[in-house]
Structure formats: C-alpha cells, structure tokens
Write a protein that binds this ligand. Structure first.
Ligand code: NAD
Length: 361
C-alpha cells in the first residue's frame, strides 16, 4: 500500500520525536511491504517564524490532499517565547484549532494504557494497578458546551453568564458510529457516558447511542453517568474498553484517565473526521524545557503513528507490530529519562527510536 502522510514536526521536541516515529514507520513499511510518502509542512511557532502566521492555506491544502497527518507538537515556552506576545489568533495554538476546524475533526481518541513495566508510575493503589487497564476515550470535539452560544449580561445589577450545551442527533450519531467502529477493533465494549438524569442533551445522546448500537450486535453497550464514571476510573479502570462521551465530559475524563497512567511521554491521540482521515499526535506538548537535548520520549508519537496505521489505513497487523515493539523494548529495561526507574537502562530519543525499529522484524 502507498501511504501519503503529511508530517507537521512543529516546535520544541516536535521535530525530534517525529523523526523517530518516521524511523519506526519506515521499518514497519519495509517489513510489511508498504511505500511511505511523507511531506513535511510547517505549523505553530515554526510557521509564525517563516510566514508570520501559525497556519497557512498551503498547510491546510497539503493536509487535505494527504491520507493522514502525523504531528509532533506545537508551541513554545508561554512566558518567554515571543510567539506569546502576539494576538491570540496569531499564536501557535491558533494553528491547531484552525487545522482541526479546516479538516472537520470531530472525534478525538485518547488511549490510556497502563504498561505492566510502568505500573509503578500509576498513582492508584497496587491492587488496582495490578489488574492493568487499556481503554480508549472517545470525545466529541466540535459541539456541546464549548461551542454553544455564550454571553455575559447584567440583570438588575446582578452579573449573569450563560453557556449553552446543545447537540443535534446527527452530531451524536456520527461520533457514536465512530465509537462502535473503534470498539469492533478492540474488546467490543462501549461505555457511553452522560448525565441523562439531569440534562436533555444527555437524554438525546443516550437515545441516539441506543439506536446506533442496534447496528452493532457484537458490541456490548452500557450507559454510565459521568459522576460515576469519574469514580470508576480510579476504582476499577480495568472495566473500560471504549468510553464514548460528549465534549466537556470527555475533556475532563480523558485528562483523568491520562493521569492514572502516570506517564505523559507515553500517551498517543488521534482526531478523526467522518472519512478515514485523521490527525495523529502525542497528548503531551512541545516540552520546550528539554527541546534539543536529545532526551525526549518519542513513544507517544510512535504510538500515535500506530493509531494512524490502524484507523486511517486499516493496517492492524502493522499497528500491532509497533505496539508490541514498545512493550518489548520496555520489557528489556530501556527507558527515556521521563520513565526511568532504578535498574533500567536510560536511553535518549534517537536510541529509543532505533530500539523500537529494531524490534519490528
Ligand atoms: P508539555 O507536555 O510540553 O510538558 C510538560 C512536562 O512534561 C515538561 O516537563 C516536559 O519536559 C515533559 N514532557 C512532555 N513530553 C515529554 C516527552 N515526550 N518526553 C519527556 N518529557 C516530556 O506541557 P507544557 O510545558 O505545559 O507546554 C509546553 C508547550 O506545549 C506550550 O506552548 C503548550 O501550549 C504546548 N502544547 C501543545 C500541545 C499540542 O501541540 N497539541 C498540547 C499541549 C501543550
């Protein structure tokens, strides 16, 4: 298969970690007989330096013409970088919001996996972390409270602020279909999270998710209230496979799930539209404090590349090979500085990339 991928190395550690992800992808392509066709484009701070804006029409056009986008991370030190003296719509992060909008990326996927070898980093009690967990949080990204009508007013001398939470059935249906499709590639369980005991938008959410589930008889569906889900994530995270939820609940729950893994350098993410197209990036930022030192952990980006193979190209075998390479390298005791523990061997960003690529045979 020929894979046309646009790469946005970005800022800070972005170029270092994307280079290692490409190395691992190239090895998987070599072993499984695929042709990788990369095109590098600028976004964020690098684009501001070159063109004065964080996102250009050329970058959008290149992304639209590709099968998928692999991104490092954008942004700089928010207190010292000159990028943050610019107007908000010209800062690096505006590029990210702009490209998500231009590509209609409405579904955000964030896996939270506890690797056996890194279980000491998990802040939960040992009897809970011993069970391990491997879940996918699927968050609606373009609707709900963050995109509803909002205003602040004053009534009779009392200040008042209003935000509206609105979803139509089409917005719910398209993310639900994505959630069930993803569950079919995993352990076939969907936990749909809402606040249906209070909110009308949640009651509609629940109805539409039930309707969609009729087309997926192999997937077990359960509904859970968001407050209970927040508790269950720390009490028994092993119960979850795919968590399907709206924008604000997903924002909060995905951060909670990331925290219980304990390792920021390991967390991948993807944002998808209604075709197979997706933008894949690590969950962490551009880590300007360690940029250029060669010590960044490339694994979150490598795992994002594996997600790209699985969800944009249906190359499940190849994605498995990359994910297994990560597990094997950890098992052999290699660690970057952020996940280093006693008795392990510390390696830099490049060496970690080499080790991962070597593991794919
Ligand atoms: P950050 O995630 O960049 O860093 C937080 C801490 O984790 C730092 O100490 C950093 O060194 C460490 N860290 C992060 N990734 C690591 C890795 N792969 N290997 C080893 N250590 C790692 O968060 P921040 O410092 O709050 O943000 C820095 C910049 O990144 C800001 O400009 C922010 O806006 C941007 N940001 C971008 C994205 C994105 O591009 N999607 C996401 C989050 C933050």
């Amino acid at each position: 298969m020929r894979l046309n991928i646009v790469c946005i190395p970005g800022d800070g550690i972005g170029p270092e970690i994307v280079a290692e992800a490409k190395k691992v992808l190239d090895k998987a392509a070599f072993v499984y007989g695929h042709e990788m066709n990369y095109k590098d484009v600028l976004m964020g701070g690098a684009s501001i330096d070159a063109y004065g804006v964080p996102l250009t029409e050329e970058t959008i056009a290149a992304a639209k013409a590709a099968d998928a986008v692999l991104m490092g991370s954008i942004g700089g030190d928010t207190t010292t970088s000159p990028w943050y003296k610019l107007a908000p719509n010209l800062r690096p992060e505006a590029g990210l919001l702009g490209i998500r909008k231009a590509l209609n990326l409405f579904a955000n996927l964030r896996p939270a996996v506890l690797y056996e070898e890194l279980s000491d980093a998990c802040p939960l009690k040992k009897e809970i972390s011993d069970a391990g967990f491997d879940m996918m949080i699927m968050r609606e990204l373009t609707g709900g409270l963050y995109f509803g009508e909002r205003y602040t007013t004053e009534e009779g001398g009392i200040r008042k602020a209003v935000d509206t939470l609105s979803y139509n059935e089409e917005e719910i249906r398209r993310i639900a279909i994505k959630g069930f499709d993803i569950a079919m590639k995993r352990r076939k369980k969907v936990t749909s999270v809402d606040k249906a005991n209070v909110l009308d938008s949640s009651r509609l959410w629940r109805k539409v998710v039930d309707e969609v589930s009729a087309d997926y008889p192999d997937v077990t569906l359960e509904h859970m209230l968001v407050d209970n889900c927040a508790m269950q994530l720390v009490k028994d995270p092993a119960q979850f496979d795919v968590i399907l939820t709206e924008n604000m609940f997903g924002d909060i729950l995905s951060d909670e799930a990331s925290m219980v893994t304990g390792s920021i350098g390991m967390l991948a993410s993807a944002s998808l539209n209604d075709s197979k197209f997706g933008l894949y990036e690590p969950s962490h930022g551009s880590a300007p404090d360690i940029a250029g030192k060669g010590i960044a952990n490339p694994i979150a980006t490598v795992l994002s590349a594996a997600m790209m193979l699985r969800y944009s190209f249906d190359l499940d075998k190849e994605a498995d090979a990359i994910e297994n390479a990560v597990k094997n390298v950890l098992k052999k005791g290699y660690r970057t500085i952020d996940i280093m523990t006693e008795g392990c061997r510390q390696v830099g960003c490049k060496e970690m990339g080499d080790l991962l690529a070597d593991e794919i045979k």
